[in-house]
Design a protein around this ligand. Structure first.
Ligand code: GLA
Length: 605
């Protein structure tokens, strides 16, 4: 099919199909929104007056094991982009391979770290080869969706904020070539924050900027670097993300509106990051580490114009009014809100101790020294990527157990299955009680999420990453169980017939099962677990994510489409402190809030 010209950046204004064009974009990640809701969220995007959808592509989900690809169901990128086209939205694709995004290892598959010399985001051969194989597959899927082929993809981003990493000058040309050699002829762009712009970008690729405030003359800075080119804020941060143990970030709607209005008045194109954040379901959250490791929470609400559950917020209304002025036609009506339900509390009916589930895992691995989770011989030798790993060995004395800071990221410590303490980045030592004869020492180690930003990407191996010593002697002779808690494992648990109904003194860690009976069509709800400590929730086999009593998040979003009319199974994996009930609410409880302006690093914004 012959088509008019695609997106061009040949003067101070973009043109699309030969006519002046302003990008009014918004980010929604298909992998953070249940597929059944893609349409609803995109309709709301269109009704807000946006004309372009932007999305990252998470390599770790699309290639969960080396050479095994998944572009189906929740990961059907082709269907997602096609749906956007049906709604009349253009698409800017951000295929990475590194995407940052508060996503485990910035979207890179953890199996890359099996190579002890790996240098991520460089032209290190082991990285280049893996990128090439993945991009062959990815581009065979998305090539037909390019503008020149009649599809909606008008531009692609080359990597992500490489100016802030800038470790290898050959790397960005390599990624650019990866796209072009696979037949991509659409506009290419890079995105960097104010500081990153110094080292970011490359010839023949449009530079864009990421920001939240217009201080420091950011736009002018971009204009000076790149005269006679269209200006674009690729990530206009509509809110911010949260980490466990701190506050929920908010960015006031009026403050946001003032900046967006000014950006538009100056003729600049914009992409709202996020327009709708959604949820980092399962174990997919990332972490930050600027000296202290801080894992992100499950919710990716982001204080965005559409809430985590897809509801229109004040920001949405204000933006709709603003964007409507940039359209000659009235905007489509806003779809009605999804109903929410506070289901009646359900009681735990069955319990299975963690220790009774170990035979449902893959064959345990025996080794002299501890092996980090990525290098365990599981998942077709791609290793363990996420979740928990249990390391066991035999001890013959008590004394000082010292981690030498080799625990990634938290471990509960057991002697003969009695919990005697925990280890993490702050606590390196636990006193083991004295006892007679041979006893089993167990370390239940949780990967709380790999860092997704910064220089430490190559050091994100998890589990136990070096020697652990007891009274100064390194422990040897480990039996290691992979507890990545994938759907197949949860299914084996469910069918096991070993669940106990005597709940007087259930053992933790353990699995706790309840049934939720739904009358009529299922609705969205928010799970609440007051009285519980820390763990993970599975509903009908879907991993909803982690909860932790320290907050700020005090709920887990349960989308209606993942429930069914009639009986539903809820399994809670609790590490330390179980309750007998699970509650449901109509609204999320994000905990204590803090204005994003108060962040210490706000100079970046
Ligand atoms: C950067 C990254 C995004 C995201 C934001 C913070 O701009 O490019 O992927 O991590 O920071 O939310």
């Amino acid at each position: 099919m012959s088509r008019l010209k695609g997106l061009k950046a040949e003067s101070s204004q973009f043109t699309l199909e030969g006519k002046p064009f302003r990008i009014l974009g918004g980010s929604i990640h298909y992998f953070r929104v249940p597929r059944a809701y893609w349409e609803d969220r995109l309709l709301k995007m269109k009704a807000c007056g946006l004309n372009t959808l932007t999305t990252y592509v998470p390599w770790n989900l699309h290639e969960p094991e080396r050479g095994i690809f998944n572009f189906q169901d929740q990961l059907d990128l082709k269907a997602y982009v096609s749906l956007a086209a049906q709604m009349g939205l253009w698409v800017i694709l951000r295929p990475g391979p590194y995407i940052c995004a508060e996503w485990d290892l910035g979207g890179l598959p953890s199996w890359l770290l099996q190579d002890k010399d790996m240098q991520l985001r460089t032209t290190y051969p082991g990285f280049v080869d893996a990128v090439n194989l993945y991009f062959d597959k990815l581009f065979s899927v998305i090539k037909p969706l390019m503008f020149e082929e009649g599809g909606p993809i008008i531009a692609l981003q080359v990597e992500n904020e490489y100016g802030s990493f800038a470790r290898d000058e050959k790397y960005m040309p390599f990624i650019k070539n990866c796209l072009q050699s696979r037949g991509v002829n659409e506009l290419l762009l890079t995105s960097d924050n104010w500081e990153g712009l110094r080292y970011g970008g490359m010839d023949g690729v449009l530079k864009t900027i990421n920001l939240q405030r217009l201080s420091f003359g950011a736009i002018q800075h971009l204009a000076d670097m790149q005269p006679q080119k269209p200006l674009m804020v690729m990530e206009y941060w509509s809110g911010w993300f949260d980490v466990w143990g701190e506050h929920h970030h908010v960015f006031h709607a009026e403050d946001m509106l003032a900046v967006v209005s000014e950006i538009l008045e100056r003729g600049v194109s914009i992409n709202l990051y996020m327009f709708h954040g959604g949820t980092s379901f399962g174990f997919m959250n990332g972490a930050i580490d600027f000296g202290t490791y801080k894992p992100q929470v499950t919710s990716y609400d982001y204080d965005a114009p559409l809430s985590e559950a897809g509801d229109c917020t004040t920001k949405y209304q204000l933006l709709r009014n603003l964007f409507s002025q940039y359209h000659s036609e009235p905007l489509p009506e806003v779809p009605s809100a999804q109903e929410k339900r506070a289901y009646s509390p359900v009681f735990i009916q069955q319990h299975l101790s963690l220790w009774d589930t170990l035979h449902f895992t893959d064959k345990p691995h025996r080794s002299e020294r501890p092996v980090n989770m990525e290098n365990l011989p599981v998942n077709s030798n791609s290793g363990q990527s996420y979740g928990y790993t249990l390391y066991e060995t035999t001890i013959t004395s008590g004394g000082a157990l010292n981690s030498r800071n080799n625990i990634r990221d938290r471990a509960l410590v057991f002697v003969d299955r009695q919990c005697v303490g925990s280890l993490d980045y702050k606590t390196h030592e636990v006193a083991l009680p004295d006892g007679k004869g041979q006893r089993t020492l167990s370390l239940l180690v949780e990967n709380c999420g790999r860092v997704n930003y910064g220089k430490a990407l190559d050091e994100q191996r998890k589990g136990i990453v070096g020697d652990i010593v007891l009274n100064q002697s390194p422990l040897r002779g480990f039996t290691t169980f992979c507890l990545d808690m994938k759907p197949s494992f949860i299914k084996r648990l469910t069918n096991s017939g070993q669940w106990k109904t005597d709940l007087k003194s259930p053992t933790v860690p353990g699995f706790f099962q309840a049934r939720l009976s739904v009358d009529g069509p299922p609705k969205d709800t928010f799970i609440r677990l007051p009285g519980w400590g820390k763990g993970v929730v599975f509903v009908n086999g879907q991993n909803l994510g982690r909860y932790w009593f320290i907050g700020p998040q005090h709920f887990l979003y349960l989308p209606g489409p993942w429930l069914r009319s009639g009986q539903n199974q809820i399994i809670v994996f609790e590490e330390q402190r179980a309750d007998d009930r699970i509650l449901f609410a109509e609204n999320p409880d994000h905990g204590k809030t803090i204005d994003v302006y108060k962040l210490p690093f706000c100079t970046l914004l």
